[in-house]
Design a protein around this ligand. Sequence first.
Ligand SMILES: Nc1ncnc2c1ncn2[C@@H]1O[C@H](COP(=O)(O)OP(=O)(O)O)[C@@H](O)[C@H]1O
Ligand SMILES: [Mg+2]
Length: 268
Amino acid sequence: MSLSPHADDAPRLAGPVLAIASGKGGVGKTALTLALAQAFSARKARTLVVDADLGMANIDVQLGLNPKGDLSSVVAGCLSLEEAVSPAAGGADKRGGFDVLAGASGSGALAGLDTGAVGRLAAGVTAASLSYERTLIDLAAGAERSTIRMAAAADDVVIVINDEPTSLTDAYAFIKTLRLRDEGAAPFVVVNNAPDADAARRAYAVLSRTCQSFLGFTPPLAATVRRDAHIPDAIRAQMPLSQRHPDSKALKDIAGLARALERGVETV
Ligand SMILES: Nc1ncnc2c1ncn2[C@@H]1O[C@H](COP(=O)(O)OP(=O)(O)O)[C@@H](O)[C@H]1O
Ligand SMILES: [Mg+2]
């Protein structure tokens, strides 16, 4: 799955197409996806965000966008992927801005797609990603077949956890299911919403020990993102975090995540 050839202990570079996964819902996938898109764009990468939460898309709502098209119009054959893209914060050609391929917000129009349709959607996302330097795919919670299929369309997967036991068991279940499909998959871990450094370390240690014991590999820790009330505030204001709170500590952590994914994450 990863495009980056690497020795077992060499830093791992992230491929250009990244799926953001979690297992458990509500851990901050969407918030992280959007802030990471801003961070990549600030580093001059043309960036596309795809809302692949097929049952409960909400990126357009988080950003206060009124998308002219979305994935359901693409699936229905009414729009091409290029036509369905909307600019956020000035669009992908502006530094700090990016393009968004919205989901079908609240309609459930994409829930329960058959395997063939999900495969076509994944192929379409891969085709769209060729016009960008970075593509971030915001996945649904859970480890449904369609979610795993969309994850498999990416070069690499970033799995978001927090310090709750349910987040850790669900992340493990996701990784295990992903590796049943692709035995080489080795997702990067991000601990989000961390109340302090110790809690973050403990959460990562539990997940990495479990993966090592039962799956025989240790997922590399790409970053820890601190708990920061500026994130929910930006969502309430329906604005990108980098516009609403450019100096927030969560945004600094996420900028560090973008750097780590670009330069390579140390494996342990
Ligand atoms: N680092 C953080 N600090 C504080 N709140 C956060 C953080 N990350 C996410 N949240 C909050 O968690 C909630 C769920 O985030 P969201 O991105 O919608 O999760 P998901 O996409 O995984 O379901 C939101 O209310 C968001 O404001
Ligand atoms: Mg979400």
